[in-house]
Design a protein around this ligand. Structure first.
Ligand code: LFR
Length: 480
């Protein structure tokens, strides 16, 4: 065959999607089949993902897509479901923004020093890393009966196929994988009392994950045997695989959505002490590459303000933000103080006054403060990634939802003094689809995947403009 239709299940922190991609020689065309809200639920026991509603969304989407040649699943990282010995889910997976890990990192470092953790795993310090979640849950009743842990995309694949595995790009975000060999770091897990037999065997993008179960086929009303193909199941890894660059480009990427993931693709991890202190992460990318990046809070800041205001008119807010004075006040958009949900406009205003800047008051001013701060955090991460890795960047690729946010793209170009190429918006779904296409022999290597994206998706280029000194001055206001 020289063409196929692949279904990408792409679950994000605020919505899930089922997207099909038709892949033919040199082209890929996407169709969004189904989009559904991902609304976490706050229970007595804490903040949880409504995983059953997500799975229903997945099945609804696949059913609406009709029979495809293969299915692949990606989602946000670090979170997981626990299964009992019968393979049954024990409870709703805990949300990474839950507060149960608040004091855990310091506790862990008493057993395994932070320096050693980083030298081995290369993973940033974030309170939500799976490692900290597992330690936080250690004395719970569920931990005592759990016999298997499946990361979110692997859990969905398991329900679809009955087969269990641990996909390696996502596994790196557990902070339990050796950054250089991409195998489990037994000497990190053991002293912390984490049993690695909890994890299903590792598998890599392109491996077959299984075949849709007869009962699933029946629910979908499909007749054929359809494979589920392992993709780069960490959404950011799928998105990076689809960044539309040429073989010779020196690029940085910003994968946007709830987060901005800002960094470089490297062939080996940077495990220096300077890198640890700058809190850069070395996550596993496709085909043994390293995603050397920093987590910036991203449009989460705006989403939370909008939830607080009960305002869902993004276009109106961005228009207002474009019309107010820029760089009036900025915040540190990499600060984990903004991780938890709730009262975001207030927290942002307080962060401004704490650094001696005027508090933004109107919705337009607050939105502008967020976008200026994101642009500044993007620039800082790209500058530091270059310094720490010794690599040079001459273009920034912005993929994901914010690629359609013209103001943020332009501000990012202005702040960094580099051109920004924006698009595709559905980078994660494209990476998901094209890795499946590669497994079917329809596409070659990753450079070819990227070329195919560049050739078939609309891209928009922003040239840097304005006064960079103003950005330098703003940066100084928040650099302690
Ligand atoms: C983006 C993302 C980030 C990860 C965060 C939490 O969707 O996957 O890469 O740090 O969510 O899982």
């Amino acid at each position: 065959t020289d063409s196929a239709v692949l279904a990408a299940v792409d679950l994000g922190a605020s919505s899930g999607r089922v997207i099909t991609g038709r892949v033919t020689a040199g082209r890929v065309d996407l169709a969004e089949i189904h989009r559904f809200a991902n609304r976490p639920v706050r229970l007595l026991e804490g903040l949880r993902w409504d995983i059953h509603s997500l799975y229903t969304g997945v099945l609804d989407g696949l059913k609406a897509a009709g029979e495809v040649d293969s299915v692949g699943v990606d989602s946000w990282a670090v979170d997981y479901g626990l299964l009992d010995a019968d393979g049954h889910l024990l409870s709703a997976p805990v949300h990474y923004r839950d507060t149960r890990t608040d004091d855990v990192p310091e506790q862990v470092w008493q057993t395994v020093p932070a320096e050693q953790l980083y030298a081995r795993t290369g993973i940033q310090h974030a309170p939500f890393n799976t490692l900290y979640q597992l330690v936080a849950a250690q004395r719970t009743a569920q931990a005592s009966i759990a016999s298997r842990l499946l990361l979110i995309p692997d859990l969905i694949s398991y329900w679809l196929t009955g087969e269990q595995g641990t996909e390696v790009t996502n596994a790196s975000t557990t902070q339990l994988l050796d950054a250089s060999t991409a195998t489990w770091a037994e000497d990190i897990a053991r002293p912390l009392g984490i049993g690695l037999t909890l994890f299903a065997p590792l598998r890599a993008p392109g491996d077959k994950a299984g075949t849709l179960l007869p009962d699933v086929l029946q629910q979908l009303n499909w007749q054929r045997q359809v494979p589920v193909t392992t993709v780069a199941s960490h959404d950011t890894a799928s998105a990076v695989a689809a960044v539309p660059v040429g073989r010779k480009d020196h690029f940085a990427y910003i994968c946007t959505g709830t987060w901005s993931l800002v960094g470089l693709e490297l062939s080996a991890p940077v495990l220096t002490e300077a890198s640890r202190l700058a809190n850069f992460t070395n996550e596993a990318g496709i085909d043994g590459t390293v995603r050397y990046l920093r987590n910036v809070m991203g449009l989460w800041l705006l989403q939370e303000c909008m939830r607080d205001w009960g305002d869902d008119d993004v276009v109106g807010l961005l228009r207002e933000a474009a019309s107010v004075k820029g760089l009036r006040s900025v915040i540190d958009a990499s600060d984990t103080a903004f991780l938890a949900p709730g009262l975001m406009p207030r927290r942002i205003a307080q962060a401004c006054s704490a650094t001696g800047q005027p508090e933004p008051v109107t919705r337009g001013q607050i939105t502008r403060c967020i976008l200026d701060s994101l642009a500044l955090a993007h620039r800082r991460a790209i500058e530091q990634a270059q310094e720490l890795s010794g690599r040079h960047v001459d273009v920034i690729h912005m993929v994901g939802g914010a690629a359609r946010n013209r103001l943020l793209c332009q501000l990012t170009a202005d702040a960094s003094g580099l051109p920004v190429v924006a698009g595709p918006v559905e980078a994660a779904a494209l990476g998901n689809v094209l890795v499946q296409a590669r497994a079917l022999g329809l596409v070659g290597d990753v450079p070819q995947i990227r070329q195919q994206v560049a050739d078939s998706q609309p891209l928009h280029r922003y040239e840097p403009s304005g006064d960079r000194a103003a950005w330098d001055a703003a940066a100084r206001r928040i650099s302690g």
